[in-house]
Design a protein around this ligand. Structure first.
Ligand code: PEP
Ligand code: MG
Length: 587
């Protein structure tokens, strides 16, 4: 009985949650082709108008709620959708089909929406393609209404009590819009520890289990579920006994957290005197406080996709300037490292999904998009230059595979700096330009890249994905996603020597730096700056203060000699066991 109520997946964000399940129904209604008689035309026209009115009213209410709770930038998505829902030309064309072709309201609406989708998908104009996301959102709402389906909103202010969201896939877009006041946990069929929704959940401290096969078949709407985001387990309708046992575990974990908090005011130095800098990865503005409170010495990775994900439009230069200034001020005098838009793969706003690509992870993404679409890149570079005046900012570009990408970026930066100066706009003359090392190509070219860049930051999530040819978001492959694989470890050593030879600063911002064992491996390989999800900063400092760097170094040397990931894990665990109780850390 217990077994059938227990599901397992990948614990991607620690913590325990017990709450009713809220199944996210993101289905697009299947609209049947339906013709109508001449006498029904008036009725269908009235039904269409009523549906539009209801959708517009609903969108206006959502906009208000999100604006109150999050601000005008977040609520902006609804402005575009409201305008589109009310578009008189579009509605006239739907009405024409109802009147002259005798189609039902939903059949006519879907026909016209599809027509528009096809036209926009093929458009070279990025702004037009961006509007596809709005079109899809409006289309779903109107069709659901016309077909008598209920609304399914989980955005801020629409949920009454605590819930655990259960979905096929939790996209970064969904995560940023979710009502975080009442969202106490997340369960999804797809996803892994390094998928972006998981990274967001971890950063926000929302317990989450992903890669849970059968979650949607087994969990029913409203059923009580208990999830453990560290163990990766989900229990449906837990018994009192099970809840009690879990609560006991939570108390033990809380005690452990208190132990970590004890090092808050202590320096981040190993017992044998090696100083390590701990920075925070920031994906959303609400993580700033936690990172500052946990003593982050700056931001090693400021993901800027938040400004785009789930939004209708790209952020303006002004919005970016304001955001970058705010973050830089929060962490002053420490540096904040802005990563330029890393769009693509699983981080495109829905609008960018067209044209579809067979291999998005190897496709038109990251710095490639920025270099190809200067109207996207230049405003971001200008915003960085403007915000950097009098503030400690640097920036880096993702998914670099060639020296040329860095050279081109520097040229654009210089051009924008010149044009700002000519226009008399206050801005920094330049900003340190870093390279994210997250492809094997960048590792092989690290010596050349060190000559054209101001610092390196290693993105181990992508480096592991591209080295091992393992999709980082594929739950089935999760056991094969091993950042401590010798194939990755050897590259980490190469990067470290290239940065040292080139005399440029080096850090790691991938998830690997957040795990106790692999963090020790990085320290042993010579990495002295780690940027991690804010909730893990104190645990890492506690570990750093417990394990001598000499132990890390000999563990890393041993790891470089063994043939497989399991063996690496073993040598690391053996080396640190006299200093750390790993079982306790993984409680
Ligand atoms: C990485 O790839 O390791 C990284 C830090 O970037 P992201 O996870 O955003 O791709
Ligand atoms: Mg990456």
């Amino acid at each position: 009985m217990t077994a059938s109520r227990t599901l397992t997946g990948i614990g991607v964000s620690p913590g325990v949650a017990i709450a009713p399940a809220r199944i996210v129904d993101a289905r697009f209604p299947d609209v049947p082709d339906r013709s109508i008689g001449a006498s029904e035309v008036e009725g269908e026209l009235a039904r269409l108008r009523a549906a539009i009115d209801a959708v517009v009213l609903h969108l206006e209410q959502l906009r208000e709620r999100v604006r109150e709770r999050a601000g005008p930038v977040e609520s902006g998505i609804f402005d575009a959708q409201i305008l589109m829902a009310k578009d008189p030309d579009f509605l006239a064309s739907v009405e024409y089909l109802i009147t002259h072709n005798n189609l039902s309201a939903e059949t006519a609406f879907e026909f016209k929406a599809l027509e528009m989708r096809v036209a926009w998908s093929g458009a070279g104009n990025l702004r037009l393609r961006e509007r596809l996301a709005d079109l899809a959102a409006v289309q779903t709402r109107v069709l659901r209404h016309l077909m008598g389906w209920s609304e399914d909103d989980l955005v801020m202010g629409t949920i009454a009590g605590p819930v655990i969201v259960v979905a096929q896939e939790i996209s970064p877009g969904l995560t940023v819009q979710l009502d975080r006041e009442h969202l106490v946990g997340m369960i999804s069929v797809e996803g892994t520890r390094t998928s972006h929704a998981a990274i967001l959940a971890h950063s926000l401290g929302i317990p989450a289990v992903m890669g849970v096969e059968g979650a949607l078949d087994r969990i029913t709407q409203g059923a009580t579920v208990m999830l453990d985001g560290r163990a990766g387990t989900v229990v449906i309708d837990p018994s009192q006994d099970e809840v009690l046992r879990t609560r006991h575990l939570v108390t033990r974990r809380q005690k452990l957290e208190l132990t970590f908090e004890g090092v808050l005011d202590q320096p981040s130095v190993t017992p044998d005197g090696c100083t390590i800098t701990l920075q925070g990865n920031v994906d959303l503005p609400e993580e700033i406080d936690l990172a500052v409170r946990h003593g982050a010495e700056g931001v090693g990775l400021l993901r800027t996709e938040f400004l785009v994900t789930g939004k209708a439009q790209l952020p303006t230069e002004e919005e970016q300037v304001a955001y970058f200034r705010r973050i830089a001020s929060a962490f002053a005098p420490h540096a904040v490292t802005i990563r330029t838009f890393d769009l693509g793969g699983d981080k495109f706003p829905a609008a960018f999904e067209a044209p579809a690509e067979a291999n998005p992870a190897l496709g038109w993404r990251s710095v490639r998009v920025c270099l190809d679409q200067e109207e996207v890149f230049r405003p971001q570079l200008r915003a960085i230059l403007r915000a950097a005046r009098g503030r400690n900012l640097r920036f880096m570009i993702p998914l670099v595979t060639s020296v040329d990408e860095v050279v081109q970026t520097r040229r654009l930066l210089q051009e924008e700096a010149r044009s700002l100066a000519e226009a008399g706009v206050p801005a920094a003359e330049s900003v340190p330009l870093g390279v994210m090392i997250e492809t094997p190509a960048a590792v092989l070219l690290a010596d050349h890249l060190a000559r054209v860049s101001d610092f390196f930051s290693v993105g181990t999530n992508d480096l592991t994905q591209y080295t091992l040819a393992v999709d980082r978001g594929n739950a089935r492959l999760a056991p094969r996603f091993t950042p401590h694989d010798p194939a990755v470890v050897r590259q980490l050593a190469t990067i470290e020597s290239a940065a040292r030879a080139g005399n440029i600063p080096l850090s790691v911002c991938g998830e690997m730096a957040s795990d106790p064992l692999t963090a020790i491996l990085l320290l042993g390989l010579g990495y002295r700056v780690l940027s991690v999800a804010p909730p893990t900063i104190l645990m890492l400092k506690w570990i750093i203060r417990a394990v001598p760097i000499a132990v890390c170094r000999s563990a890393a040397l041993a790891a470089l000699e063994v043939p497989g990931a399991a063996a690496v894990e073993q040598v690391l665990a053996e080396a640190v066991s006299p200093h750390l109780d790993l079982a306790q850390l993984r409680l």
